[in-house]
Design a protein around this ligand. Structure first.
Ligand code: ADP
Ligand code: MG
Length: 619
């Protein structure tokens, strides 16, 4: 048989390599920013148009390149950063593979202008899909400017795979944050579609974090620091009470390089254990300095994964360093998750009637007893989660006299006249309606039907009810929104604000009313009817987190995500005790839904057990 193996031509090899190096515009941004840093730049400009699909440009004031180097830099395995394999173990630069420029030039239109400080004239070079269009001498500023246009112009499949401009921009901004946080001593300017999104002067780390994430961040930061033979740790953690629903502000840097490390992340979580709620995430900016010889950053083409020689020791040191800081800065004793429930009462409820004594009844103990029918407590969401309540409670306010008549609960919420401390005393109406419900292990509602019984997951049921309500509200043209007596001012980071702006129209459609939208804050004047004021911040936080994570699919609908998130956040949870009246109301509402069978997240909501099945057990 004839020989069949051939060497691939360079441009093909480069295109294949590009598949590893360049996944999306953000990868190009990362490589170009890193090159600028390696070139010793003091100020770096990043210019983005059309989510990076139209233009990615990085301008630096670093070393620049000679005419020959300018041409050579686009060759594969062309690097000034290592000469022999041993250099890998003493590496202090970001790049070293000599692949980035060759890869990018293989799949885009690239223009470079560069000049060495001492040279009078610089070089202007243009490459399209690995072909040099021209190279000429030109008067250009010192340093290097690289612009990348028409990314993936010759690989339509990859180009079509890119997400919307907004989504790609978010990835770019994430990348920008990582680089900017790793190098506070370099000034950065970030322009998006012609306007400056971030202008970061050089400064110390704390200043950099505050410039990136907003003024409010300053008060959240607790410094950490530790010096051992193995590692030097510095940086900041966020105080536990600022833990967020989103995982946004979590950064590890090793020798000034951003890395991902689930293992070290776990070390941080374990240091925070018991200090933050389970569905919240701590924020951290942790900088590790280790001997370059003890890590291997070569294991991943984009170099975000690192292998440490002695991970276990690192884990232990990191964990104890964080614990120590939490203790030292008195963060731990001042923690108070169960905030004063009075502060969380919506305005409409304030000063309504006398506070009734709170009685906690363990309904799981004997669910059939009559005695739990008459709990005269205003808050039937008792136990740990009590303080969080209000939506559920207010949703069914005034029910006792209307049970069975199909009430429009939406309108009941703020009819404050009917709200008194004793609203649930009139339990007789409920029992008259003949339906029997009881709560099983603070998790399920059990009720009877003709053919047997139904066991309903209370949390999923409520999610379904709320979800359909939100969906309905947002499709009806006249959304009902509840005006806040005093507008709420909420702070967000610039990137959170960008997401908020993206989804604003949808938020308006479900009943949010925003005022004074600024770079890092927003004033909320109105909220959807079912969202209690005390939960507004949390709901928005969760919405932003969900939208950020949402990989934009075909059926991407912001209203849907929004409704799901709000339903998830506001629904009663497992572990909450529900009053009989509320159990019944929930059951009625659930079966008035279009799709009572499944939760908004496609989980079963209830199971039925027929008399037949029960009979069988007695044979
Ligand atoms: P690597 O960074 O791994 O060396 P690249 O393909 O990213 O590989 O770059 C190739 C070479 O081009 C670098 O080693 C460097 O010498 C030169 N270079 C790239 N970008 C710049 C820049 N902004 N300023 C000066 N030199 C640069
Ligand atoms: Mg590089």
């Amino acid at each position: 048989m004839a020989d069949i193996i051939q060497l691939l031509p360079d441009h093909v090899a480069n295109q294949i390599a590009a598949g590893e190096v360049v996944q999306r515009p953000a990868s190009v941004v990362k490589e170009l920013l890193e090159n600028a840093i390696d070139a010793g730049a003091k100020t770096i400009k990043l210019i983005i148009k059309g989510g990076g699909k139209t233009l990615i440009q990085v301008v630096d004031d670093g070393l620049g390149m000679s005419e020959t180097d300018a041409r050579l830099s686009f060759e594969r395995h062309a690097t000034s950063k290592i000469r022999q394999a041993e250099d890998l173990f003493t590496l202090s630069t970001k790049g070293f593979r000599g692949e980035a420029l060759a890869s990018i030039a293989a799949i885009a239109h690239v223009e470079m202008q560069t000049r060495l400080e001492k040279a009078e004239l610089g070089t202007h070079l243009k490459i399209e899909g690995s072909n040099i269009v021209f190279q000429q001498v030109k008067v250009v500023p010192k340093g290097t400017s690289m612009s990348v246009k028409h990314l993936f112009f010759n690989i339509p499949a990859r180009r079509n795979f890119l997400k919307s401009d907004q989504v790609e921009l978010r990835h770019i901004t994430d990348e920008f944050h990582r680089v900017a946080l790793a190098h506070p001593q370099i000034a950065f300017h970030y322009y998006v579609n012609g306007s400056e999104l971030f202008g970061l002067p050089k400064g110390n780390l704390r200043q950099r974090i505050v410039h990136v994430f907003g003024n409010k961040t300053n008060q959240k930061l607790v410094p950490i620091s530790e010096e051992t033979q193995v590692v030097t740790i510095s940086g900041f953690i966020n105080k536990p009470e600022f833990a967020k629903k989103s995982r946004g502000e979590q950064f590890f840097f090793v020798n000034n390089r951003f890395i991902k490390s689930p293992y070290l992340h776990h070390a941080v979580l374990s240091a925070f254990e018991g200090l933050i709620k389970t569905d919240c995430h701590p924020g951290y900016f942790i900088y590790l300095e280790v001997d370059p010889g003890t890590i291997d950053i070569n294991i991943h083409p984009t170099k975000t994964e690192v292998k440490f020689d002695d991970e276990h020791t690192l884990y232990a040191i990191l964990r104890s360093t964080i614990k120590h800081s939490l203790g030292q800065f008195n963060v731990v004793p001042s923690l108070d998750f169960e905030s004063d429930p009075n502060l969380e009462t919506p305005y409409a409820y304030k000063n309504k009637g006398a506070e009734l004594p709170k009685i906690t009844v363990d309904q799981g103990f004997n669910p059939f007893t009559e005695s739990n029918g008459g709990i005269a407590t205003k808050s039937y969401r008792s136990g740990k989660t009590q303080a969080k309540d209000s939506s559920w409670e207010s949703l069914y306010v005034g029910l006792e006299s209307n049970i069975g008549k199909r009430v429009d609960y939406d309108n009941l919420q703020f009819e404050s006249d009917t709200i008194t401390g004793s609203i649930f005393e009139g339990q007789t109406d409920v029992s008259e309606s003949q339906a029997t419900t009881f709560q099983l292990r603070r998790k399920y509602i059990v009720t009877t039907i003709k053919s047997g019984m139904v066991v309903i997951d209370q949390s999923r049921a409520h999610q379904r009810v709320l979800y359909e309500k939100f969906l309905r509200n947002s499709t009806v043209k006249q959304v009902v929104s509840q005006q806040l007596l005093f507008p709420l001012s909420l702070s967000f980071s610039k990137s959170d604000m960008a997401v908020l702006n993206d989804i604003k129209e949808t938020l308006d459609a479900v009943g949010f009313v925003f005022d004074k939208i600024e770079a890092e804050s927003v004033e909320v004047r109105g909220v959807p009817l079912l969202v209690p004021e005390s939960e507004v911040g949390m709901v928005l936080d969760q919405l932003i987190a969900d939208c950020q994570q949402e990989v934009e699919g075909e059926s991407f609908s912001q209203t849907d995500i929004l409704s799901k998130t709000m339903a998830k956040t506001l629904a009663v949870k497992t572990g909450e005790i529900l009053e009989n009246a509320s159990q019944l109301a929930l059951v009625n509402d659930l079966f008035a839904c279009k799709e009572p069978m499944v939760s908004p997240f496609n989980k079963p909501v209830f199971v039925t057990i027929t008399e037949n099945e029960i009979d069988k057990k007695f044979i």
